[in-house]
Write a protein that binds this ligand. Sequence first.
Ligand SMILES: Cc1cc2nc3c(=O)[nH]c(=O)nc-3n(C[C@H](O)[C@H](O)[C@H](O)COP(=O)(O)O)c2cc1C
Length: 217
Amino acid sequence: MHVMIINGSPRVEKYSNTDKIIAAFAEGLSEAGATFEKHAVSRKESWPVILEAYTENTEIVIALPLFVENIPGLLLEFLETLPVKDKATRVSFILQGGFAEASQLECGKTFLEKLPDYLGVSYGGTLIKGDNFGIRVAKADEAKKITKPYKEMGKSFAGNNGFQQEKVKKFAGPDYLSLPNRVLCSLLFKTLAKKKFAEVSMEWGCTVPLDHRPWEQ
Ligand SMILES: Cc1cc2nc3c(=O)[nH]c(=O)nc-3n(C[C@H](O)[C@H](O)[C@H](O)COP(=O)(O)O)c2cc1C
């Protein structure tokens, strides 16, 4: 199996969580004997090359972040440039988001289920998972730990000729966190996470608190 993977994030690869997820998924593909090629829509000058590869390949995975409950505008713009192909081409999706609950990704998933029909191609399923905010700020080994499950899914994708419905469901995690978990998360966001956000923003050159409201002065 040869898989063409497209990163649909507008963030350049260095800063893209999707890029790290793709790397883990591709590692799994390779371990299971598949080959892959990687593309990213973040730089528009590369779109002609991606378009050509899209035309030539028949096994395509589009990996994308959830942006405001759905797919990033730049990816939508790119998709509008694609030619209509036939059912011999299969397109599958890896949709990932920041918030942990799988229910967050349902709206985007519903859109992606309809998309292959517009493109004339077969639909290979959508792997969904949240809780990925931290990848780009995590240290390398910590980021690897977060993305490791994607490696397993890459292996499974190559070994089982595509996504397996039961595995995809399990991978997504709970639709909603349990009440004790929600209370705990809310506490964490008001304390530890708030502190971490403040630290990261200072590291990135922010000179005022994150809740700074200059318009109130
Ligand atoms: C503009 C914007 C909107 C976002 N909207 C959502 C959202 O609605 N739900 C969610 O769970 N995460 C949301 N996120 C978080 C991203 O999906 C998450 O951080 C993802 O891992 C980013 O991947 P990337 O770095 O490859 O773009 C949003 C992030 C940005 C920048």
